[in-house]
Design a protein around this ligand. Structure first.
Ligand code: NAP
Length: 282
C-alpha cells in the first residue's frame, strides 16, 4: 500500500519547515502547505482546505492566532478520513494570569484545543514556550542584526525552546499513536535571561550584540517613532509581558516525555545556528 502523505500546515514557518524537513529525512511523504507553500493553502480561504486534506493520514495544524478556523478545519479533516491531528498551541494557554487576552487570542487557541480533543481522532497538543528561533528568524532577528536588542524585558528570563526540538516532538506525534492524547508542554532545559541569551549569541556569532532594557513606555515610543501604530506597539509590549515578569522561566518536561532525552540548550541552539550561517552580516 502506498503510504498516505502527512499534511503540514505552516510549512514555511519556524516549526512547520523543520517538521517537513525531518519527515522527509525519514523518507515519509509530506504535503507542505502554506500560502507560499508547495501545496497552496490559505486558512482564510476554505476553498483551499479540501485539496490539502484529501488522502492524508496525519495533520500538523499551525493556526493563525486569534481566529477560530481550526474547528471547521477539523470537521473537514474528519470528512477526509484523517486519523491523527497534532496542534501547535502554546504554553500558558490554560493560565488566566499568563498574558492579557484583550484580542481573544488565548480564547481562540483554547477553542482550537477543544476542537482537536473533541474530534474523536487521535490527537496530540504541542504547547511550546518562547522559541529560541525568535532570535534568529522571528521577532528579534532585525534587532540582533542591528547589534542592539532594545526591549522592555527587564531582567526577565525564559526557558527558550529550540524549534528543532518542537519539530522532533511533532514528528513523533504525527507518526506514532503512543503520543495520542498527550499534551506536551515544551521548554528548553533552563531559564535564560535576555542578557545571557544575547551574550551567548554574540559569542557564537563572533559579533558585538547587546541587550538594552527599556521601560514599556520607552519601547512603545520607539516603535511609534519607527512608524508602528500605537495600538500595535502596545500589543507587542503585552506579548513581552511573560518575559518581563518571568512567567515563562519555568521548565517543562515535554521533550523528555515525548522523546526520552533532554531538550537542546540555548548555547547549543546558538552554536548550531551560527554554524549554519545565521547572524552573518551582509
Ligand atoms: N514564536 C514563539 O515564540 C511561539 C511560542 C509559543 C507558541 N507560538 C505559536 O506558534 C504558532 C506559530 O508557529 P511557527 O512559529 O512555527 O510559525 P511562523 O514561523 O510564525 O510561520 C507561520 C506559518 O503560517 C503560514 N501562514 C500564515 N498565514 C497563513 C494563512 N492565512 N494561511 C495559511 N498559512 C498561513 C506561514 O506561511 P505563508 O506566509 O507562506 O502562508 C508560515 O508557514 C503560533 O500559533 C504562535 O502563537 C509561537
Amino acid at each position: 500500500m502506498t503510504e498516505q502523505p502527512i499534511l503540514v500546515t505552516g510549512a514555511t514557518g519556524k516549526s512547520g519547515r523543520r517538521v517537513v524537513r525531518q519527515l522527509r529525512a525519514s523518507g515519509l511523504p509530506v504535503r507542505a502547505a502554506a500560502r507560499n507553500g508547495e501545496q497552496v493553502f490559505d486558512w482564510t480561504d476554505s476553498g483551499t482546505w479540501d485539496a490539502a486534506l484529501e488522502g492524508t493520514q496525519s495533520v500538523y495544524i499551525v493556526q493563525i492566532d486569534g481566529t477560530k478556523l481550526v474547528r471547521p478545519f477539523v470537521e473537514r479533516a474528519i470528512h477526509h478520513g484523517v486519523r491523527r491531528l497534532v496542534l501547535a498551541s502554546g504554553r500558558g494557554i490554560d493560565n488566566p494570569d499568563y498574558v492579557r487576552d484583550e484580542d481573544g487570542v488565548l480564547e481562540a487557541i483554547q477553542d482550537s484545543e477543544a476542537a482537536v480533543r473533541e474530534s474523536g481522532l487521535k490527537w496530540t497538543i504541542s504547547r511550546p514556550g518562547w522559541f529560541a528561533q525568535n532570535f534568529s528568524e522571528g521577532f528579534f532577528v532585525e534587532a540582533i542584526a542591528s547589534g542592539q536588542l532594545r526591549l522592555p524585558g527587564g531582567d526577565g528570563a525564559a526557558s527558550f525552546i529550540d524549534a528543532e526540538d518542537i519539530a522532533e516532538v511533532v514528528v513523533a506525534a504525527l507518526t506514532d499513536d503512543r503520543h495520542a492524547g498527550a499534551v506536551y508542554e515544551l521548554s528548553g532545559p533552563k531559564a535564560v535571561s535576555l542578557d545571557e541569551a544575547v551574550a551567548t549569541i554574540s559569542a557564537a556569532a563572533g559579533r558585538d550584540i547587546e541587550y538594552v532594557p527599556l521601560t514599556v513606555d520607552e519601547y512603545v515610543a520607539e516603535l511609534v517613532q519607527q512608524g508602528v501604530a500605537r495600538a500595535e506597539a502596545e500589543v507587542f509590549a503585552d506579548v513581552l509581558e511573560p518575559l518581563r515578569a518571568g512567567t515563562d522561566e519555568y521548565v517543562s518536561d515535554g521533550v523528555w516525555r515525548a522523546l526520552g532525552r533532554p531538550p537542546r540548550s540555548f548555547a547549543e541552539f546558538a552554536s548550531a545556528t551560527a554554524a549554519e550561517g545565521g547572524w552573518r552580516l551582509g
